[in-house]
Design a protein around this ligand. Structure first.
Ligand SMILES: [Zn+2]
Length: 192
């Protein structure tokens, strides 16, 4: 149950543009509150009362509600207001490596995954934080060579400045992580 509540749901703005990924829990709150409509795979919109009448099929996830089960929506559509794109991709080793295309940000090599580390650009001992802007993918040898120095001190140059992923990359990361719902496809294509 907890797991189902944290499944991702794609959120579209009023103009049907994908703007964020939320959880089932939050999506149900939006739907129940009349702030959003749920969209099925045919692209039809449903408010909460209509959506709760839909049967739960084999491929659906569902949550228990009073009087039965509620089909979990994969896409919801905000009715009342626009939201600026908000990135919700988690800062993890895997996602950082995905952002950097599994490429060492110092030497540009793409070694085997086990040869890749995450490097603090400004070392933690020097006040560097754990953030998208301070973490990069680095091969083991560059990581060792750099040690507890900044890139300037080590005379090593970053391929590009590390950044927080933008929406389209977030979608790719989520899809790349195996969260692929066919209901998302038409909207993600439109969002790139
Ligand atoms: Zn390297």
């Amino acid at each position: 149950m907890t797991e189902v509540l944290s499944l991702p749901v794609l959120v579209l703005n009023r103009h049907l543009v994908a703007v964020q990924v939320t959880t089932v829990k939050r999506a149900i709150v939006l739907l129940y509150g009349g702030v959003a409509l749920a969209i099925n795979e045919e692209g039809d919109s449903y408010d909460f009362d209509l959506w709760r009448e839909l049967p739960v099929r084999g491929q659906d996830d569902a949550i228990p509600i009073v009087g039965g089960k509620l089909r979990v929506p994969r896409v919801v559509h905000l009715l009342r207001y626009d939201r600026t794109p908000r990135v919700t991709v988690r800062l993890t080793r895997r996602n950082l490596m995905f952002r950097d295309a599994h490429q060492c940000q110092y030497c540009g090599r793409r070694p085997a995954l086990r040869e890749l580390n995450i490097d603090h650009v400004v070392p933690r001992s020097r006040g560097g934080d754990d953030s998208w802007e301070n973490l990069v993918t680095a091969c083991r040898s560059c990581n060792l060579r750099k040690g507890w120095r900044t890139p300037e001190e080590a005379d090593m140059r970053l391929a590009r400045r590390p950044f927080r992923p933008k929406w389209t990359m977030t979608a790719q990361i989520l899809l790349g992580s195996g969260w692929k719902f066919k209901e998302w496809e038409p909207f993600l294509k439109a969002a790139s």
